[in-house]
Write a protein that binds this ligand. Structure first.
Ligand SMILES: Cc1cc2nc3c(=O)[nH]c(=O)nc-3n(C[C@H](O)[C@H](O)[C@H](O)COP(=O)(O)OP(=O)(O)OC[C@H]3O[C@@H](n4cnc5c(N)ncnc54)[C@H](O)[C@@H]3O)c2cc1C
Length: 388
């Protein structure tokens, strides 16, 4: 079996690692990645945080497996005794809500508890007691992850998957896929910018924010857009102690990173256009983010902006959830797409799941079928309400 993967980011690389490690696999894996420096890939520009606080059982289960995998990743992805550095920090997410959002937080909490997530609801008094640096005006409730959440080195994870997949025999080719070849229900090949044709028995689209472009090469429409998200890094003379990853009701989030913090926020809907240049705008930080940060954490009034960057979310317009599995119109064309800003933590579970699907025709360990791409044609969205 010859498997060609379009895109060698964290998804394509995780898939290649899992597939190449399955004793039942005897074929060839070719990962086509146009930029081995990953300058615009989401995996290299991510905030790389992992949580279990989702609003759907499948995402909760994926988050849990993701964290568990990250705990063991330095052993699992070691090559020739050399362990990669994943830099996992276990620290919860603190989701804050005002009166309006409190009922959603409560509903999510009930579901999360049902699925065994260690998460606590804190009222404003409890929030103040636990995080004395937090201003609780306008807050009704907070939801704090007590274990199994945190952040890590996303670049480290991408490189570790890639290196370990190559050590198991997967080949990486630095080239751009520019066309697809399909006959009815079968994808036959991809064509590279060089003109070379790569025939495949199975094709996997792991092209991140560019998944819709690759889908179009096979005459398929995918509601996935490259939506810019900016990340700002700052330092402050009196950093809040033991800060978790905080998500404010305003949509602004921040978390510790090295000696400082990183933060971001979704842009206003009318400005959230596809394919904006990957430049972080300082004006957005000054006008939208900093005021919200300083209102919530008064010590942040004295922060100093140190640097910034921008990356693309692979934004799924349909329901902001992953689109996985074989396309209903093309039996051997598999998608790992539309992660909408929560994909890097999903790479371990989704890579394993798609490898199982390709090789065994079904999910064997974790059932990812609620995220099946077939829900687009069926018009059955699976909305994730906890999108950051
Ligand atoms: C600012 C920001 C913050 C984020 N924060 C988090 C977070 O905290 N937690 C979380 O879980 N997720 C987060 N994400 C999302 C996460 O980073 C992504 O979901 C994940 O990295 C997606 O991986 P991928 O492999 O699908 O895509 P990518 O890493 O983008 O990889 C796709 C690859 O495909 C290649 N490619 C595309 N088209 C072609 C082609 N035609 N030919 C050859 N190669 C091609 C590209 O070069 C690219 O390297 C964040 C994303 C951003 C941008």
């Amino acid at each position: 079996m010859r498997v060609v993967v379009v895109g060698g980011g964290v998804m394509g690389s995780s898939f290649a690692w899992w597939l190449s490690g399955d004793p039942a696999f005897t074929g060839e894996i070719l990962v086509v990645e146009r930029d081995s420096g990953y300058r615009r890939a989401s995996s290299a520009l991510s905030a790389s945080s992992v949580r279990q606080q989702f609003s759907t059982p499948v995402n909760i289960a994926i988050g849990r497996f993701g964290f568990d995998f990250l705990r063991r990743a330095e052993d699992l992805l070691a090559v020739g005794g050399e362990r990669p550095a994943i830099g996992l920090v276990e620290r919860g997410y603190l989701m804050l809500a005002g009166a309006e959002g409190a009922s959603i937080l409560r509903a999510n909490h009930a579901l999360q508890r049902e699925y065994g997530v260690e998460v606590a609801l804190l009222d404003p008094d409890a929030l103040r007691a636990r995080f004395p640096w937090l201003a609780t005006e306008g807050l009704a409730l907070g939801s704090l992850g007590l274990s199994g959440e945190g952040w890590f080195d996303g670049w480290g994870l991408l490189q570790a998957f890639r290196r370990a997949a190559r050590a198991r025999g997967a080949r990486y080719l630095e080239a751009e896929v520019v066309a697809g070849e399909r006959r009815g229900r079968r994808a036959l090949a991809v064509r590279l910018a060089s003109g070379e044709r790569l025939a495949a028995d199975v094709l996997v689209v792991a092209a991140g924010p560019w998944a819709a472009r690759v889908a179009a090469m096979f005459e398929l429409a995918l509601p996935v857009e490259a939506r810019r998200r900016c990340v700002y890094m700052f330092e402050t003379p009196e950093p809040p102690a033991e800060a978790p990853l905080v998500v404010d009701p305003s949509g602004v989030w921040f978390r510790p990173e090295g000696r400082g913090f990183i933060c971001g926020a979704p842009p206003p809907e009318e400005e959230d256009l596809p394919d904006l240049p990957l430049v972080a705008e300082d004006g957005f930080f000054e006008e939208r983010i900093w005021p919200a940060l300083a209102e919530r954490i008064p010590a942040f009034e004295r922060l100093r902006l140190r640097s910034s960057w921008a990356g693309y979310y692979a934004y799924n317009r349909f329901d902001q959830n992953a689109l996985l599995g074989a396309h209903p119109e093309v039996d051997n064309l598999f998608f790992m797409a539309g992660f909408s800003g929560h994909g890097i933590q999903k790479a371990p579970a989704v890579g394993r799941g798609i490898a199982e699907l390709v090789l065994h025709g079904a999910y064997r360990s974790l059932d990812l079928s609620p995220l099946d791409i077939g829900r687009l044609a069926a018009g059955r969205p699976l909305r994730e309400r906890a999108v950051i």
